[in-house]
Ligand binder design. Sequence first.
Ligand SMILES: Nc1nc2c(ncn2[C@@H]2O[C@H](COP(=O)(O)OP(=O)(O)OP(=O)(O)O)[C@@H](O)[C@H]2O)c(=O)[nH]1
Length: 470
Amino acid sequence: MTHQLHQSAWLRGLFVFVAWLTVWQLGRLVEYTDHASVWFPAAGFSFSCLLILGKRAFLPIMCAAIVITIWNGSHYQLPLTMEELAWAGLLFGLAHILPYWGGAWLVRQVAREHSHSVPKLIVTFLLVAGFCTLIATLLVLTSLVFTEQMPYEDISKTLLPFWIGDLAGVVVLSPLFSGILIHFYPDPLTDLKEFTGRETGSYKRLTNKLILNAVLILVTMLLAYLSDSYESTFAIFFLAITHMWIATTESPRFNVFSLAISSLLIVLLVHVFDLMDHVMVYQFALNVIAANALFGIAIPQLKAHNAALEQLVFTDALTQVSSRHYMEQRAELEISRCHEQNLNLSLVVFDLDNFKAINDQYGHAAGDQALQQICATAKAVLRRHDVIARFGGDEFVLLLPGTDQQQSNQLIERIQTATANITIGLSQLSCSYGIAELQPEDEFTGLFNRADRALYQAKSQGGNRISLAN
Ligand SMILES: Nc1nc2c(ncn2[C@@H]2O[C@H](COP(=O)(O)OP(=O)(O)OP(=O)(O)O)[C@@H](O)[C@H]2O)c(=O)[nH]1
């Protein structure tokens, strides 16, 4: 099916045409004043089609707009000929499609240029949705008046519900429609794939969350129905809490799916409980809750980006030991803890002997391998709370809390023994070590400098040895 839709322009056009008419009828279900519904799914569908299919969606939506205008002519019993209705349909189609086309084009540009900035994409989408639904509303109402389908006086009372209904259609439903359309037409907006990732939650957990939403909607709307008070209608805003919870804990796909389900339920219950007098509250609630939840999509991604950045900053990419930055921060903390609790602490600076010769003789890749092997071997000897960091080049630092100079010496001897077996080509690796023990009033720099001087001493005595700082 996907393949056929992708291959055949006719089939694709027919699919968009039929689907557009279907979702338009869904909006008709909850029409509460002439030409305005609680939420207007066709606006969301047009936006999605133009976003994913671009200009290929123009013709089928235009045909559907003409057909629906002719259908409207008989529904509202308008005194217009078939030819006049067809022209009116053409005008409506243009007024409806062009603003969404422009808006979708803008969102596409941002999705392409800033593929990893989800918050930016969402802000753009929300601003574009607000702006293009307003333009579409103004143009469509003008076309309705111009083609004598609506009296001029009705504009003021229709404008706001029309706009907010279209906005809800775009904000609440177009993420879902876009996700479905991307499935059929995988290119060209590959960046939106982040919104269509596979489900991670268990179906039971996801169903429970949907049930919770449904109960909340039912209870609050029942309350509005029974009390018949305008104030109680605002209880629907509690739904923002559960949707934000879903947005921050579940996949983007489930997030937009649950928004669509909630909106459908609200819209149907407005109809069932005859809450049309309060409908604007529900329209605003739908928009606010959806906008909120869409921002929630960014949160798991921001968390993942933060974790990745943290990993980059705190870990040495080559050897996977801690970075110098991490060591400096951690050492400050451990030093003040050991001062406070009167504990021993040692710092070791070590450096490979004649490492330049390894590089020169066997190449840089072999040198990299030597650094990795030294680190892996040292790590295996260290205890859980010890820290090893690369300070740069072939120089490393060990932080050994709760360890005096003598114990550190023993630990380093074990590392020396373990690393003695590492060879690169015909060369056996060795390191020189300088050990300094924490003194009262010591800070990191002072401790490090003493260990570094001890290392220098070990090197000057021929290397492959341990030197203790005074
Ligand atoms: N392969 C590799 N080499 C590196 C890396 N960083 C620094 N080096 C090399 O490490 C070598 C360090 O040279 P030196 O500071 O003279 O140290 P050495 O040859 O071990 O001499 P001594 O410390 O006196 O024993 C230089 O040749 C650097 O190019 C790295 O990430 N990978």
